[in-house]
Design a protein around this ligand. Structure first.
Ligand code: NAP
Length: 494
């Protein structure tokens, strides 16, 4: 390494921590992580609702560089996953790099470097910016008439108010996606009444969630390669599902039949028909749950399909005129999945902003770069392979790729690197051609769908993505020397 790059990483969630690891593997030590909250962990810090678990097997939802032999369940609970990422930050000595309560408001390229501004008025100078701001972190709070009138407690699922008692309470849950399903299942045995306000049903598949016996955990501790075996086995399973989702063929038909059969677990035909979506399984993110169908058949749970007319002082009034009296109202209404690093403004060399570049919707070359923003990379950018797959695996592929470029800068190969317009456009065209063949484009609404009506997802298998990310296609990237030479390591620290 002939010069040390200064790297600002935005966010200390799963992908931010992953970026730090791979940057350090590439020899980069001058890393500043700007984090808006007072803890690391991103989505696993923000989401603490009852029933939270990851619907990707834990042995595959972990970093390959930090295997955890101690997962308690096939799909471990959220608190355990949050503890895992905190432990990674501790064990790998990442905490000292993280500056908390530093919300990035803008990053601007000026005089051959990036300048990041935070809400506190601080500025940070860098040769590279890596956005690890996450996909699902801006809660979507719908404007429902009368919301201000409600006399009980009301909050979004990602801002759970743990001071509110739930035992014996009458709880309303607006939303029946992955989050609503987990909350409903957990509260069905705690609350006196759970009313699920389901605007439209999601396909739910019943998947058992066994605890790992102590002996198995011990075996994973004593024989570390077992962790790798488990990782690869679950990866193969999810790859098979990804193939069913992306390729219309025999696998898709098997997947379809298996998911539809799950609903047979609901005995009452009226309830079953309420829960049956009218689109193909997998079109929206498939919800995996060990106990949702059991929960909705409990006396305490009511699946309400009449539309919400308004929120009242006492609860929720539906279009049929019925008043559902509630003590607590949970908005499991999802997230703005199209924001990425925004609302922070991103301004490139020529004054071109990310908002300009994304005027027709967020897009990125392989989810990591856009033309016009040299030396800026993103993790989990638009069109990353995030549909029913492990985001840790994708973050690792992206972080390794990005660290590769930054490592080459450190060797003095170039001062700026950015994806070319041609490569960016060709990539979008190839995706636009492939997307209609995926199940996500088969006719449904979901957070996957962008402003152009196409899913903002990678339309091929994650395996193809991982292979593509092993090495850059050299002529897809423009490298140049700066008019302003980057400051030397000595100058930076003078
Ligand atoms: P979501 O899938 O976007 O679901 C939001 C729900 O809120 C939908 O049922 C939606 O109804 C409803 N809704 C939104 N606005 C509404 C309104 N104005 N009136 C009535 N209903 C309204 O959000 P999510 O459940 O939070 O899940 C988002 C993503 O987070 C998931 O797809 C998944 O990727 C991730 N997640 C993962 C896990 C995990 O286990 N790994 C757990 C939770 C979440 P419609 O369906 O009619 O639009």
């Amino acid at each position: 390494m002939i010069r040390m790059p200064r790297v600002v990483v935005v966010g200390s969630g799963m992908s931010g921590l992953c970026a730090v690891h791979y940057l350090r593997e590439a020899g980069v030590t001058d890393i500043t992580v700007l984090e808006k909250r007072s803890e690391v962990g991103g989505t696993w810090r923000d989401n603490t609702y009852p029933g939270l678990a990851c619907d990707v097997p834990s042995r595959f939802y972990q970093f390959t560089f930090a295997p955890n032999p101690d997962w308690s369940h096939l799909f471990s609970p959220g608190a355990e996953i949050a503890a895992y990422f905190n432990k990674v930050a501790d064990d790998l000595g990442m905490r000292r790099l993280v500056h908390h309560c530093q919300e990035v408001t803008s990053v601007e390229r000026r005089d051959g470097e990036w300048v990041a501004h935070t809400a506190t008025g601080d500025t940070w100078h860098a040769d590279f910016v890596v956005s690890a701001a996450g996909v699902l972190h801006h809660p979507h709070v719908p404007e429902i008439p009368g919301a201000q009138d409600f006399a009980g407690a009301m909050f979004h699922s990602a801002r759970w108010d743990h001071s509110v008692p739930l035992e014996g309470a009458r709880v309303g849950i607006i939303g029946s996606g992955s989050t609503g399903v987990q909350i409903t299942t957990a509260l069905s045995t705690v609350a006196s009444r759970v009313s699920v306000f389901q605007r439209s049903p999601h396909w739910v598949v019943t998947v058992p969630n066994p605890a790992y016996p102590r002996v198995l955990r011990q075996a994973h501790r004593l024989v570390p390669p077992l962790n790798r075996v488990g990782y690869l086995a679950y990866r193969a399973g999810l790859e098979a599902i990804a193939q069913a989702l992306t390729e219309d063929g025999r696998r898709r038909r098997v997947f379809d039949a298996v998911v539809r059969r799950s609903l047979a677990g609901v005995r009452d035909p009226e309830l079953r028909s309420k829960l049956r979506p009218d689109y193909q399984p997998g079109c929206r993110r498939l919800v995996m749950s060990p106990g949702y169908f059991k929960a909705v058949q409990r006396e305490t749970v009511d699946v309400v399909t009449d539309g919400i007319d308004r929120i009242t002082k006492a609860g929720v009034r539906t279009a049929d005129g019925r008043e559902h009296e509630l003590d607590v109202l949970v908005l499991a209404t999802g997230f703005d999945a199209h924001a990425f690093i925004r609302p922070a403004s991103v301004i490139g060399d020529s004054g071109r902003t990310l908002d300009d570049i994304w005027a027709e919707g967020p897009k990125a070359y392989y989810g990591v770069a856009v033309p016009g923003l040299a030396n800026l990379f993103m993790l989990m950018g638009p069109h990353s392979p995030v549909g029913n797959y492990s985001l840790t695996a994708i973050a690792e592929a992206q972080a390794r790729f990005i660290a590769g470029w930054i490592g080459r800068w450190a060797q003095g190969e170039f001062d700026t690197v950015e994806v070319t317009d041609e490569a960016y456009r060709a990539h979008q065209e190839a995706m636009s051609e492939a997307l209609p063949g995926t199940v996500w484009a088969s006719g449904c609404t979901s957070w996957y769908i962008g402003g152009d009506g196409l899913p903002e997802l990678w339309p091929w298998t994650p395996e193809r993505y991982r292979k593509a990310m092993r090495a850059p296609v050299e002529d897809h990237w423009r490298r140049s020397r700066s008019a302003v030479a980057p400051r030397s390591h000595e100058e930076n620290y003078a």
